[in-house]
Design a protein around this ligand. Sequence first.
Ligand code: DGJ
Length: 537
Amino acid sequence: MTKIIVLQVALFLGVIGNAFCQGEANDIPKIVKKDGRNALFVDGKPFQIFGGQAHNSSAWPGMMPQLWTAIEQMHANTLEVPIYWEQIEARQGKFDFSLIDTLLVQSRQHNIRLVLLWFATWKNGSNHYMPEWMKRDAVKYPNITGIKGQPVDSPSPHIKATMEADIKAFTAVMRYLKKADTQHTVIMVQVENEAGAWGSERDYSPLAQKLFEEPVPAELLKPEVLKALNVPVVTAGTWQKVFGERADEYFQAWWVASFVGKVAAAGKYEYPLPMYVNAALRDPLINPMANMYESGGPTDNVIPIWKAAAPAIDLLAPDIYLDGNERVLKVIELYDRKDNPLFVPEAALIPNNTKYLYDVIARGGIGFSPFGIDDNGRGAKAEGIAIHLEPFAQEYAMFEPMMRELAQWSFEGKIKAAVEPEDHSEQAIDLGAWQAIVSFGGERGNKTPANVQPIGKVMIVQLDENRFVIIGTRCHITFKPIGNNIGKAWQYLKVEEGHYENWVFKQLRILNGDETDWGGPYFGDKPILLQVSLITR
Ligand code: DGJ
């Protein structure tokens, strides 16, 4: 009798336990906001995307093996991969989800999450992924007309038929995904790809011209929006009257954002995964006019327009192909907003960009992904591909077993980072009672030449007042007592090298003697993780 009761209790608890675990695992991925910070929650906990993006034409079954090879070599946890409107709805109204099925099955086999990229009305500003039946009907689904009446290779954002067709296909995708992906292999969806127009600031067709003469929508006339757009005087009226020389680009941004926002909202109605839009950037330092960048996309200057026009979009994300610390760090700063979780869905796959990954994590960003990780059918040898992926692979290999820890620390604002500037100058990081001083270069700190490329970086997680986890490459670190500790003598209590696994630090060795006495611990070409305790005397 007693045995039976025990068994029943055990079974009951088992059911509760399972339900609890399943409840967590079944939580739909979502953006969570707390204290002005953002996180991507996957399976109910903060998740950090260590991603890699496929080349544009690699989401075909015959090409997928090379995708998985790259993802494995890279130690990535997420594949960003396109799904193509032209394939999904090759025949109008008939949907083929076989590529999505293949992606779901294979990514589960590889234990990898997916971010799906909806290549649809816009792909790099053009209509090239529209199905053939749309491309053949340029009257019903027209492109933009340029200022001199010339054809422009970019879909008009003012066409209801185009938007309705996109909405129909995207809702079918999201409806299907809800059914096919109850375990949430797909954690986020990118709506369109670099929407906007190259080659014309806006559409100048008669229809667009008529809309341009209409009053600016009330959503944009709110004082806070106008202020964010640098419009000093609040007026109502036409686009030209309210926005002057910026009227064309703001008009285009409003219409592209409204279109994409409606597609996203319709998709979310079926299945509310986090959704984002990626931006082909403009130079963030010189405030160029829209004839110098892709007009209408979520570039830094029109973020307030996108926020007002497309509330269903969770975040606007920069594709980073710019060079130089000043530009790149400025871009990261501009997209890191309380109302915009920071995410870099594309960056050039070059060693120098790994340092911006550190900056993004330290700012509480939800992920980072270099573009073009696979071989793209070029037949390169495995070693060649590995060399190509190496810079990110080394970082991801270090981060892989501690992804949840990093995501949690990042969400709690416990991480700070320093990246090597082009002039290789020393960087200081304030940590309450301590200041970390980071110098970049070879093994003997200032006595050896600086790094040839400015690739050094470090991130510091503050565990408590005197205890830190430090990860970095190509730099030395030392400390200075500040704040409450100012003027005090100090020393290392303990410097341990190791790694994190399931929230437990696993020690490889204690660093001491030459490894700490000459300018502080040194971080070489390959990232290492140190747990450092400091003490005053
Ligand atoms: C940015 C786009 O978003 C990608 O799809 C790809 O075309 C890259 N540019 C190529 O560099």
